[in-house]
Design a binder for this molecule. Structure first.
Ligand SMILES: [Zn+2]
Length: 145
């Protein structure tokens, strides 16, 4: 989604991607098990509440297609949050690495609709979401139980 200048990519690696790599969620170090559907759904709600500032009231459902983004949609006029822990990006980020990236795009687009994707504000937001998802507070949504 969107484009980034080369000098931004190094910052994205330092603040976001290197943490996912070190934690086993990316590239040739993608060794962590994916979250279960229950963990993914509950974790998406937790991220929404913390970073949007209010609870998502609609259904949270698993994507039907493997390459579908984690994103809010409307189905029959109802807001539905679709999650996909199986989507694989070109850099082999799956599970929470990809879902956290999608949630950063989502929250950014809702809070700053006129700002471009991958702006400095979005990088700051994705850094916060990454730190939160990799913190002990999020273990129950991320680690095998
Ligand atoms: Zn992106």
């Amino acid at each position: 989604m969107g484009t980034r200048r080369e000098n931004d990519l190094a910052e994205w690696d330092r603040l976001v991607n290197n943490k996912w790599y070190a934690a086993g969620h990316m590239g040739d170090n993608n060794c962590m098990p994916l979250p279960t559907d229950k963990q993914a759904a509950a974790g998406i709600k937790r991220i929404h509440k913390k970073f949007m500032g209010y609870a998502f009231r609609g259904k949270v459902v698993k994507a039907k297609r493997r390459n579908q983004y984690t994103w809010q949609r409307y189905e029959k006029g109802q807001a539905v949050f679709v999650f996909n822990q199986n989507r694989k990006t070109p850099r082999n980020m799956t599970g929470w690495a990809d879902m956290a990236h999608c949630m950063a795009h989502y929250v950014h687009s809702r809070k700053r609709p006129n700002e471009r994707p991958h702006s400095q504000a979005e990088l700051a937001l994705e850094t916060e979401i990454t730190n939160f998802v990799l913190s002990p507070a999020f273990d129950k949504y991320r680690l095998p139980q």
